[in-house]
Design a protein around this ligand. Sequence first.
Ligand SMILES: NC(=O)C1=CN([C@@H]2O[C@H](COP(=O)(O)OP(=O)(O)OC[C@H]3O[C@@H](n4cnc5c(N)ncnc54)[C@H](O)[C@@H]3O)[C@@H](O)[C@H]2O)C=CC1
Ligand SMILES: CC(C)CC(=O)C(=O)O
Ligand SMILES: [Mg+2]
Length: 368
Amino acid sequence: MTFHIGVISGDGIGPEIVTEARKVLDRIGNIFGHQFEYEDILMGGCSIDATGVPLTEEAICQAKSSDAVLMGSIGGNTSTSPWYKLAPELRPEAGLLKLRKALNLFANLRPAYLYEELKEACPLREDIIGSGFDMMIMRELTGGLYFGARKTEPVDGVMTAEDTLTYNENEIRRIAVKGFEIARKRRNKVTSVDKANVLDSSRLWRKIVEEVAKDYPEVSYEHMLVDNCAMQLVKDPKQFDVILTENMFGDILSDEASMVTGSIGMLSSASLNDTKFGLYEPSGGSAPDIAGQGIANPIATILSAAMMLRYSFDLDQEADAVEEAVKQVLKDGYRTIDIMPQEADKKAAVTQVGTALMGDLICERIHN
Ligand SMILES: NC(=O)C1=CN([C@@H]2O[C@H](COP(=O)(O)OP(=O)(O)OC[C@H]3O[C@@H](n4cnc5c(N)ncnc54)[C@H](O)[C@@H]3O)[C@@H](O)[C@H]2O)C=CC1
Ligand SMILES: CC(C)CC(=O)C(=O)O
Ligand SMILES: [Mg+2]
């Protein structure tokens, strides 16, 4: 079968990690007899440089006409890049937010799983890690603070900035339904995370989650305040199955969860709407501090491509083959720098590799 994939390489490490994910897709295509056709789409800083804006209407049309979009990451150093001297709506991140909204990608799935082989890269104590953990962060992606009205202006002579956090019940219901549906296929537990002791939007969130929960009696659920959740993620990550939360809390908690799996370079993601379409990208950013050095970890992007095979193309066997190859490469002792163990004796037992070699080694381990 032929699949048409829009490719947003983006900025910083984006092109490096996307190259490896495409290699893996091509290998899958060769082995399983599929044709993946790619179409480059400009977004982020590279689009600003080429067109003056972070996302053109043409780019949105290209994404919409694809079967799915594979993305690297966008943005630059937010202190030093000239992109951050532009008006907020012209900066790289505005392109990503606009695309998520345009494609109605309201459900962001971020699986945080600790591979047995990466226990040494996890900064938590052995007794906390135990037999490992496996959680799914289900983040609402098109509402909340990132999409509310904002302004900066003097109020009574004092410069004042305002961002608004808005959710309506429909937006909450549809992500809650996705969260409970996913939990049903996992370990039947939802932890809904909010700040209902302070925020009206969180109190509405809680009310709607409770209504949705009634339709899933086999799924147990609890509410947790976000500050406590941040703490519980390092105190006892094993307790979580599905974490269901709003946009900004999910953004922050998923970076935290990534670190307990060893590195942000391991955390894949799928951004979905109500169709088979999805945008697949690693959860981390463009990592300007390591861009161009050939050392970025491509695994999150490769695992995101596996999510694309599974969720958008219904190619479960192919997705399994990619995930197995990633497991095997770790088992065989290959590590990018971000997942190297810290202790000298453990370092000596593994082999440090760069981005491209990690991609090649994963491809070699893909079998039908
Ligand atoms: N979806 C996207 O495209 C996202 C874009 N960004 C943008 O990325 C830029 C940099 O943001 P930061 O706060 O520095 O976050 P970041 O996630 O880019 O980097 C944070 C740290 O993680 C490391 N890191 C990230 N991905 C890695 C990988 N694959 N392998 C090894 N190490 C990795 C980086 O080297 C850095 O030390 C900003 O412009 C930000 O707005 C941030 C998050 C998501
Ligand atoms: C533009 C940002 C909201 C991107 C980000 O940090 C993320 O999606 O995790
Ligand atoms: Mg983030």
